[in-house]
Design a protein around this ligand. Structure first.
Ligand code: C2E
Ligand code: MG
Ligand code: MG
Ligand code: MG
Length: 280
């Protein structure tokens, strides 16, 4: 019993317990109502081709602002939404919002950008997932080849045999597929070869300080080589400095994303940023 270990120990124990549990319960109660109350929005972070400095796409990233809690970062609320199941309707909302935005930008004269959307493992494993994605493509009018789903290694490797079927179904609809945070999870190379993928997204942890950390450079080179031999494009995420950019280019990465180029922006700010940037 904690009490026997003395007063201080007891107090510390309960305080820590309480703050974690209270934070979690508070988050959960606000989160459940947040979708209906319209508290979410999507921000968009540009992706650039290293060869010709063209903007080739954007990644949609969920943002939550609650009147009481303020801004809550995705790394805090996504895991809770996964536990409660809210990620299912929330993920669909993000997907539809992102697709609709891509179509709106097109109508405003922006070039056809690839729209990358994060998909949680729970969504991917949902029986209706493929149908739901196709319905959203239809409703929003986005061309399927302009949509890219970002899946994690753990999501597709968990039940690799059934993943092959799901991925093929999505791919047959023309949708692009990327593995997010590549290198941080566990991937079976034989399945990577079987999966109909388009892109590997190198995790930020390997990109960060790549110009100073030889091991990171070796890992990025290895992922680029792997991608090349599997016929997959490779994009680096989290590029923050000119030195990192130079290094990932030297490693053969064809695209990148990160604060070096731009942080995630609102839809309106992105359109302005794009027009002002002079990029085409
Ligand atoms: P992710 O998909 O790997 O997204 C990249 C994260 O890195 C984003 O964090 C982005 O803001 C951040 N980032 C981009 N460039 C840089 C950089 O140069 N330096 C640093 N330090 N960070 C950079 P964010 O927006 O906080 O999202 C965190 C994670 O939350 C995402 O990681 C993704 O796993 C998840 N997430 C976000 N939106 C969604 C969504 O709509 N659905 C699902 N299922 N997950 C989402
Ligand atoms: Mg992502
Ligand atoms: Mg990522
Ligand atoms: Mg990451």
């Amino acid at each position: 019993c904690a009490k026997r270990e003395g007063r201080n120990r007891f107090a510390l124990f309960t305080e820590e317990m309480n703050s974690t549990v209270v934070e979690r319960v508070t988050l959960e109660s606000y989160l459940n109502a947040a979708l209906e109350k319209g508290e979410f929005c999507c921000h968009f972070q540009p992706q650039m081709a290293t060869a010709d400095d063209r903007i080739v796409g954007v990644e949609a990233l969920l943002r939550w602002t609650n009147p009481v809690l303020g801004r809550v970062p995705p790394l805090k609320f996504i895991p809770v939404a996964e536990d409660t199941g809210l990620i299912l309707p929330l993920g669909l909302w993000a997907l539809e919002t992102a697709c609709a935005q891509q179509v709106r930008w097109l109508s405003q004269g922006l070039p056809p950008l690839r729209m990358a959307v994060n998909i949680s493992p729970l969504q991917f494993r949902n029986r209706e997932f493929c149908d739901q994605v196709r319905a959203i493509v239809q409703r929003t009018g986005i061309r399927a080849e302009h949509l890219e789903l970002e899946l994690t290694e753990s999501a597709v490797m968990a039940d690799a045999e059934s993943s092959v079927g799901i991925l093929r179904e999505l791919r047959d609809s023309g949708i692009r597929l990327a593995i997010d945070d590549f290198g941080t999870g566990y991937s079976s190379l034989s399945y990577l070869r079987k999966f109909p993928l388009d892109r590997l997204k190198i995790d930020r942890s390997f990109v960060s300080g790549i110009d100073r950390i030889p091991a990171n450079e070796l890992i990025v080179k290895a992922i680029v080589a792997l991608g090349g031999s599997l016929g997959l494009d490779v994009i680096a995420e989290g590029v923050e400095t000119p030195e990192e950019l130079e290094c990932i280019e030297r490693c053969g990465c064809s695209e990148y994303q990160g604060f070096r180029l731009s942080e995630p922006l609102t839809a309106e700010d992105f359109a302005h940023w794009f027009e002002d940037s002079g990029y085409v």
